[in-house]
Design a protein around this ligand. Structure first.
Ligand code: PMP
Length: 435
C-alpha cells in the first residue's frame, strides 16, 4: 500500500496558486479519477518515486517516450556528453543531422524531416505544409483522434457524416475549426460522402496511424488503404500522425506494421515522444518534393528557436539506437503478461471489459464489445475505471489517469515490476466491481 501523500498534496496546493490547476498539462490533475496527483521526485527503470517516498511501477512512461525505461544509462551518457558541450546554439549542429538521418533510414517513405520541439508543432506544421502544397484549406480529421492542441485540430465534436466541427475549447474561433471536417473513425462511407461533397477543397486527411488517444482503437482492416485511395483520387494529401505510435509499434512505427510502400504510402508523417527520448523533440517529414516547399527553399514558413536542440537530439538518437528487435519483443511480451492478467482478474470479478491492441500499446475499455470509434469508446463505465485506477495507485502501480488512454511499458519492465503489477490486480478488479 502506498503511504502518505501529504507532500504531493502540499505541492499541489501551492502549485495551484502559481499554475492553473497546479499542472502543466490537464490530465495530470487527476480530475477524471479523483485523488491527489503524485509529484514525482525521481524515476529509474520502470519505477517512479514520489516526493513522499512512495514507489510505483510506471505504466505511463511519460505517455510514450520512455521506451527504454527511465534514466537509461546509454541515454544518460549521451545526454551528459551533449550537455557538457553546451545546451543550445541556434546554429546547425551534428546531432540533429544524425537524428534526422536515423528517422529517414527507418521510415521508408520519409525522405526528409524537419525537427520541431513538440508533437503539436509537428502536426500544425504538417497541416500548414499540406495547405500550402495543395492550395486548399479544408482538413479532415477523425473524432477521438488527438493531434496536439492545434486550433484547427481541437475540433472533435459531432459524429455523423461530414459534420462541420464546432471547436471543443473556448478560444478557438469558428473560423479556425470551420475548415475542419470531423468524421467517425473506421467509417469509409462517411469519408466517401465527405469527399463527394468537398473533395476539391480538402487539403489533407490527418489520422493517428493507429489511434491511441481515445484508448487504443486500431484501424479496421482496409481502413488505412481506403484513406490512401480516397485522398489520392481527390488530390488530397494523407498525413499519418505517428507521434504516439512512431518507433513504439515497431522500429518504423505503425508504418512498419501495416504500412503500404511506394505510391501507397502516406504523403506526410509526424513523429514525437520516443524520438526525443524524454526531451522535447518531434518532427514532421515525407516526400522530398513536399518537404522542399518549406522555408528557406520554399514558400511555407516554419521555424523554432530550440528545434533540433543538441541535447534533445542526443537523447532521441540514443533512444532510437537502443530500440532493438529484442526491445520490441520484450515490450510485446510484457504488455501481454500485464493485459492478460488484468483481463483475467476483471473477468473473475465480473467486470465487463475489452482489451484492444496496437502492437505493444493496449488499453482496457470498461465495457463489453469491440471499440471501433469514439462513440464506442465513450460508452464505457468510467467510474469503474476510476476505482480500478485508484486501487492500483494505492498498491504502487501508476496507470494513465484516464479511461481513454493507452498503457505503456518499457524495455526496463522486468519480472519484478511485472509481478508487482500482477499482485495488485485482484484487489483493483474487486474495487472496480464494487459500485
Ligand atoms: N499527436 C498524437 C497522436 C499524440 O498522441 C500527441 C500527444 N499525446 C500529439 C500529437 C501532441 O504531442 P505533444 O503533446 O508533444 O504536443
Amino acid at each position: 500500500m502506498s503511504g502518505s501523500t501529504s507532500k504531493s498534496a502540499e505541492l499541489l496546493a501551492h502549485a495551484r496558486t502559481v499554475t492553473p490547476g497546479g499542472v502543466n498539462s490537464p490530465v495530470r490533475a487527476f480530475r477524471a479519477v479523483g485523488g491527489t496527483p503524485r509529484f514525482i521526485r525521481e524515476a529509474k527503470g520502470p519505477w517512479l518515486t514520489d516526493v513522499d517516498g512512495n514507489r510505483y511501477v510506471d505504466l505511463i512512461c511519460s505517455w510514450g517516450p520512455m521506451i527504454l525505461g527511465h534514466a537509461h544509462p546509454d541515454v544518460m551518457a549521451a545526454v551528459q556528453d551533449a550537455a557538457s558541450r553546451g545546451f543550445s546554439f541556434g546554429t546547425p549542429s551534428e546531432n540533429e543531422v544524425a537524428l534526422a538521418t536515423e528517422i529517414v533510414r527507418r521510415v521508408e517513405p520519409v525522405e526528409q524531416v524537419r525537427l520541431v520541439s513538440s508533437g503539436t508543432e509537428a502536426t500544425m506544421s504538417a497541416i500548414r505544409l499540406a495547405r500550402g502544397a495543395t492550395g486548399r484549406s479544408k482538413i479532415v480529421k477523425f473524432a477521438g483522434c488527438y493531434h496536439g492542441h492545434v486550433d484547427a485540430l481541437l475540433a472533435a465534436a459531432g459524429s455523423g457524416v461530414a459534420t462541420f466541427a464546432l471547436p471543443d475549447t473556448a478560444g478557438v474561433p469558428k473560423s479556425s475549426a470551420g475548415e475542419t471536417i470531423v468524421l467517425p473513425y473506421n467509417d469509409v462511407s462517411a469519408l466517401e460522402a465527405a469527399f463527394a461533397e468537398h473533395g476539391d477543397e480538402i487539403a489533407a486527411v490527418i489520422t493517428e496511424a493507429s489511434p491511441g488517444n481515445m484508448g487504443v482503437v486500431p484501424p479496421a482492416p482496409g481502413f488505412t488503404k481506403a484513406l490512401r485511395d480516397i485522398t489520392t483520387k481527390h488530390g488530397a494529401l494523407l498525413v499519418s500522425d505517428e507521434v504516439m505510435t512512431g518507433f513504439r509499434c515497431s522500429g518504423a512505427g505503425w508504418f512498419g506494421h501495416e504500412g503500404q510502400q511506394g505510391e501507397s504510402a502516406p504523403d506526410l508523417f509526424t513523429f514525437g515522444k520516443v524520438m526525443g527520448g524524454g526531451f522535447p523533440a518531434a518532427a514532421f517529414g515525407g516526400r522530398a518534393d513536399l518537404m522542399g516547399m518549406l522555408a528557406p527553399d520554399g514558400p511555407v514558413y516554419q521555424a523554432g528557436t530550440l528545434a533540433g536542440n543538441p541535447v534533445a537530439t542526443a537523447a532521441g538518437l540514443a533512444t532510437l539506437q537502443g530500440c532493438t528487435d529484442e526491445v520490441y519483443a520484450h515490450l510485446d511480451s510484457t504488455a501481454h503478461a500485464i493485459a492478460d492478467a488484468a483481463s483475467a482478474e476483471l473477468t473473475k470479478a465480473g467486470v465487463p471489459h475489452t482489451v484492444q491492441w496496437a502492437s505493444s500499446m493496449f488499453s482496457i475499455f470498461f465495457r463489453d464489445g469491440a471499440v471501433t470509434n469514439y462513440d464506442d469508446a465513450k460508452d464505457q463505465d468510467t467510474e469503474a475505471f476510476s476505482r480500478f485506477f485508484n486501487a492500483m495507485l494505492d498498491q504502487g502501480v501508476h496507470l494513465p489517469p484516464s479511461a481513454y488512454e493507452s498503457w505503456f511499458v518499457s524495455a526496463s519492465h522486468d519480472d519484478e515490476a511485472v509481478a508487482h503489477v500482477i499482485d495488485a490486480l485482484p484487489a483493483a478488479a474487486r474495487a472496480a466491481a464494487a459500485s
